[in-house]
Design a protein around this ligand. Sequence first.
Ligand code: NDP
Length: 283
Amino acid sequence: MARILDGRRLGRNMGPALRARIAALPRPPGLAVIRVGDDPASAVYVASKQKRAQRLGFHQESLHLPASTTQADLLAHVARLNDDDRIDGILVQLPLPGHIDATVVLDHIDPEKDVDGFHPENVGLLSQGRPRFVPCTPRGCMALLEDAGVELSGAHAVVVGRSNIVGRPMAMLLEKAHCTVTLCHSRTVDLAGHVGRADVLVAAVGRPEMIPGAWVKPGAVVIDVGINRLDDGRLVGDVEFGAAEARAAAITPVPGGVGPMTITMLMHNTVDSAERRLAGRSA
Ligand code: NDP
C-alpha cells in the first residue's frame, strides 16, 4: 500500500520554522484578502486562510464586498492596499462575479505583494526559472514531494490539467526540478497511456475520480489536487484513491493532502514578502 502524503502533518511540522521567521520581523506580516459576492466555496477557503493567518499573528485586512461591486470600485480597493505599507500580501479570491474581468484585477495587484503568484510579472519570473512568488497550490505540491524525499531529477512527471493556477505552474516547477514533463489537458489523446508512464502524477482537473487507479504506474507518486464534492456530500479527488493507493508508492489523500498545503504556502509567501519588503529588496 502507498505511503500517505499527509498535508496537515507537513503543515504542522513547518510551523515552528515559520513562527521563528515571523518573530524575527519588526512588525507582523500583513495579508489582505478580498472576497466579492457570496460563492459558498470561496467563503470556506477565505475563512480557512484567515484562521491560519490569525493563529500566526498576522496583521489582516479582510474585505467582503457585495456581488454588485463594480470593477472600478474593486480596483480602487486594490490600489489602496498596494499603497498600504503594513500589507505584504494581497489576495483576491477567485472566482469573481461575471461582470468583473479577473485578469484586469490580478494585473493591478502590486507584483511585489502578489502572494498568489498570478501577476504576469511573477508568472514570467517563474517561467524563466527565477521565481518571486510561486502559486500556493503548486508550491504546496512541491513541498509534499520534497518532504517525501521523491527523486525528481530525471523522473517522468505527468501533469493533468493546464490551468494558470495549478497545472501550468506545476509543470514549470517540475521541469525546474529536472523532471521530464508531459502536460495533459482536455484535448490529450490517450490520457491513459500518458498516465501509465508517469513516475510522478499530478492530477488537477476537477472531475471526481476521473483517473482510474488501474492507470497508475506501479510505484508511482500521486499528487491529487482535485477537490470534488459528490452528491452524498463526500469529498473526493481526481484520482480513484482506493485502487491507486494499492499501486502507488505514495499518494496524497483528499481531503488532507494538497488542500492544507495550499494554505500553508500562502502563509509562507506572505512571510517571504514581508521579509523582502522590510529588507527593502526585490526578489
Ligand atoms: P480548471 O477548470 O481551471 O482546469 C482544469 C484543467 O483540466 C483544464 O486544463 C482542462 O483542460 C483539464 N481537463 C478537463 N477535462 C479533462 C479531461 N477529460 N482530460 C484531461 N484534462 C482535462 O481547474 P483548476 O486547475 O482551477 O482546478 C483543478 C482542480 O483542483 C479542481 O478540482 C479544484 O477544485 C482543485 N483545486 C484544489 C486546490 C487545493 O488547494 N487543493 C487549489 C486549486 C484548485 P483544458 O485546458 O483543455 O480545458
